[in-house]
Design a protein around this ligand. Structure first.
Ligand SMILES: Cc1ncc(COP(=O)(O)O)c(C=O)c1O
Length: 397
């Protein structure tokens, strides 16, 4: 019996994950330093871990309600009000999801009909396109590299003109994975002005909102609340990627639809994780601060070092990523560059091509790594670049 053709055809649109394939190859290199990880290198704060342990000891191991723990939702509404001046009623405008990833799936499955177009400023977090395809939609990538990786209102207007009524939503992610760039209040306001009163949802992925360095985080939901679906969570802010707690915020009329998808996908999130996240948001409002300071120092170190080597970098103002343009006298194919760097210098960056159009000729580094590893990786990179400049041959791997 042949079953190969019976799968959901949307699956055929999902390409094999280039990052994973690269990682498998790089991992074979002994002693490799990987600056590839998309998760904090810090431990979950002690008081949060204690809350998780206590939840187990107190036998709080049954289901919670579908939208999530009441006190966690109150704390979440309070958190985004205090920090970002966003107004959401915890009772019917906040739900707890399984990581920000489920928030994305819930949002897109709630709004997409077959063929709906979803605008995605590119380079972008790699799951966006596959989650859109699985929801039946079609990603429309817009190359932002010419504008320092921020999508301008003009780019938005042009894209809307080209794709017309088929556009159902746009996914924004400031500060951005993979570039670390952020937008300003003026950028957000001007963008909101173009979207306001158009029948388009704005899915705003703000998972790095607590990792903004010198400026304030700006949420577009402040300017177009009625159209906005805000995604956040504790994965990056509280070093809790493995606890899988995301947060979804939307006006009640939108949330009443989203919650149906959430319920049918997962019923509810883990009780233990929710009670830990409750502690994070009730008692750890500023837990991100010490991590942010360390990330900033590492950013400065790498930025200065790589700029000196000839990489062009838009200095990140948040996240723990840096997106560096490979110097023009070196290999421009980012996969070939990264494979060569991994196998001959034992340093792993992620090829920029993995992040969509506008990403080629770049590499993404994550500085969620110790400063010792970062310094050694930079030293190896410098030797590698010097050797390449002296002998430009690239080997095949
Ligand atoms: C931009 C962005 N959104 C969402 C996620 C997923 O977050 P979570 O681990 O909470 O599902 C990530 C993880 O790297 C991310 O970079």
């Amino acid at each position: 019996m042949k079953l190969d053709n019976l799968f959901n055809t949307n699956l055929t649109k999902i390409k094999p994950n280039a990052i994973r394939a690269f990682d498998e190859s790089a991992s074979q290199v002994e002693g490799i330093i990987k600056l590839t990880l998309g998760q904090p290198d810090f431990n979950t704060p002690e008081h949060v871990k204690d809350a998780g342990i206590k939840a187990i000891q107190d036998n709080q191991t049954g289901y919670l309600s579908t939208p999530g723990d009441n006190r966690l939702r109150q704390a979440a509404a309070n958190f985004v009000k205090e920090k970002y001046d966003l107004d959401y009623q915890w009772e019917d405008e906040v739900i707890v999801t399984v990581g920000a990833t489920e928030s994305l799936s819930t949002a897109l499955q709630s709004i997409c009909n077959p063929g709906d177009k979803i605008i995605v400023p590119s380079p972008y977090f790699t799951l966006y396109s596959s989650i859109i395809y699985l929801a039946g939609g079609e990603p429309i990538e817009v190359d932002t590299s010419a504008n320092d990786f921020v999508m301008s209102p003009e780019m938005l207007k042009d894209t809307l003109e080209e794709h017309g009524d088929a556009v159902k939503a746009i996914i924004l992610n400031y500060p951005t994975n993979p570039t670390g760039v952020n937008w300003t209040e003026e950028d957000a306001k001007a963008f909101a002005d173009v979207l306001r009163d158009r029948p388009i949802f704005v899915i705003s992925d703000e998972v790095y909102s607590e990792l903004v360095y010198e400026e304030e985080h700006v949420s577009i939901a402040k300017y177009i609340r009625e159209q906005a679906i805000v995604i956040n969570g504790v994965s990056k802010s509280h070093a809790m990627t493995g606890w899988r707690v995301g947060l979804l915020f939307a006006p009640a009329n939108i949330m009443s639809q989203l919650v149906k998808v959430h319920q049918n996908l997962v019923t509810t999130n883990s009780t233990i994780s929710q009670l830990a996240a409750r502690a994070a948001l009730e008692n750890g409002m500023n837990d991100a601060q010490p991590m942010r300071e360390k990330y900033m120092m590492r950013r400065d170190y790498i930025y200065d070092f790589m700029t000196r080597l000839g990489f062009k970098i838009v200095k990140p103002s948040g996240t723990f990523y840096m997106f560096a343009r490979i110097p023009e006298d070196l290999e421009q194919n980012s996969m070939d560059f990264c494979l060569d760097l991994a196998h001959s210098a034992a340093v792993a960056f992620v090829p920029g091509s993995a992040f969509g159009i506008g990403g080629e000729s770049h590499v993404r580094l994550s500085y969620a790594a110790s400063i010792d590893d970062i310094k050694e990786a930079m030293r190896r990179l410098e030797v590698f670049v010097k050797e390449k400049r002296e002998n430009k041959k690239i080997k095949d791997y």
